[in-house]
Design a protein around this ligand. Structure first.
Ligand SMILES: [Zn+2]
Length: 146
């Protein structure tokens, strides 16, 4: 059984303070937002159910479409800025633009996507969103309103 690194946990959810900026940095480095030591992902974009180091439950995350959205925004600003700067300075032929910017766009997107997802999951954790709140009751959404 894994021992929690923080003072205490309730159902795998730490009850201590959750600094937002520190959690964002840990998440962007693909580390557990609670301890910063365990890996957040068990595969490229597959978030681990719990931190392998401290046992913090990470399966509550609901990043959904936000990581690709923010990755597109970041990569778009970087690549379009570079395209415009190179075009203004050197006026290269179109084939050179395609040879430069298409691979750069793909590589930057694949590299940044996991860090952006890690930061967003860490933000959800720090803000006690979804099931990351220690006071969250799993069955609160299961109640039948009829
Ligand atoms: Zn951890």
């Amino acid at each position: 059984m894994q021992q929690p690194a923080s003072a205490s946990q309730i159902d795998g959810r730490s009850t201590g303070t959750r600094p937002v900026f520190g959690a964002l940095l840990r998440g962007a480095m693909l580390r557990c937002p609670a301890c910063g030591l365990g890996a957040m992902f068990r595969r490229y974009l597959k978030v681990a159910d719990a931190c392998p180091h401290c046992g913090e439950a990470l399966h509550h995350q609901r990043a959904d479409d936000a990581p690709p959205y923010f990755t597109i925004v970041i990569v778009g600003h970087v690549v379009v800025s570079l395209v415009l700067a190179v075009e203004m300075a050197y006026h290269p032929p179109l084939w050179l633009h395609a040879a430069l910017w298409l691979p750069l766009t793909v590589i930057l997107s694949l590299v940044l996507l996991s860090s952006v997802k890690g930061a967003l999951v860490a933000l959800q954790w720090a803000l006690l969103m979804h099931g990351f709140d220690p006071d969250f009751k799993e069955d609160s959404f299961d109640a039948d309103p009829t």
